[in-house]
Design a protein around this ligand. Sequence first.
Ligand code: FMN
Length: 247
Amino acid sequence: MAPSPDPEFCDHLVRITVTEGAQPDDGEIALFNAIKNRRTDRSAYFMEDLPRDLMSGCRDIVESAGASVLFFEDSASVEGIANLVAEGDRLQFDDPSFRRELASWIHASRLGSGDGMSGSGFNMPDVFTPAAGFMIRTFDIGSGVAAADEKKILGGSPALALLVNPSDTAEDWLNTGRALAKMLLTLTSAGYSASYLNQPIEVAALRLKLAKIAGVSGFPQILLRVGRSAENPGPSMRRKLSDVILT
Ligand SMILES: Cc1cc2nc3c(=O)[nH]c(=O)nc-3n(C[C@H](O)[C@H](O)[C@H](O)COP(=O)(O)O)c2cc1C
């Protein structure tokens, strides 16, 4: 894999060449088999300790992809991070252009749009999806979202995971994406779920505060809740392969 092959065209991130190679090992086969089962699961998780070997497995796999991951389970860190997520919710929903953009990605799956998020991704019947989009677009529901996120972090998230890079270039983002994919598949293959809490990374001022709480000198890239879930969310919508792969 050659990163950033074309400095003149910044949308061209990577060139992947498929060649005949070594047989995949058992770990790679487990990750491959987890692809069809992985879901973003936004439900509350069981409040039980995460297995230590699962955390060290995630650390190894994330480091092999050029990033690092820190886990937070102690109440001081988790409460500090939950406050930042809630602050991020309030700031983002206060901004009409953020609400418009988010609403533009909310599509009922029965309409067959092929991308975006439907109500079922939020444990809501698909038929309520248009109403959810209307609410997001029209009202500042930031305080309600903040309270719900804080409750779910404190009462339904045994661990938070933060992916970090020492710098913040396009190559770092690409490596974070590779690391994230491998970590999510590692969790799935062990029967664990994850969902995103990216508000304090998307709001620049909160990103600095997050780095301080996490005690890192690098750049926070992705913040996740991790745990075991009683839910089994259905697959989200996907575009057709022919729409996303040019040959
Ligand atoms: C880099 C990245 C950031 C994301 N950030 C958020 C987020 O802040 N909040 C959220 O609810 N979902 C977030 N998602 C999850 C996507 O909404 C989700 O992947 C998409 O709906 C497809 O669902 P699936 O993961 O179940 O296949 C993020 C996904 C990625 C890859």
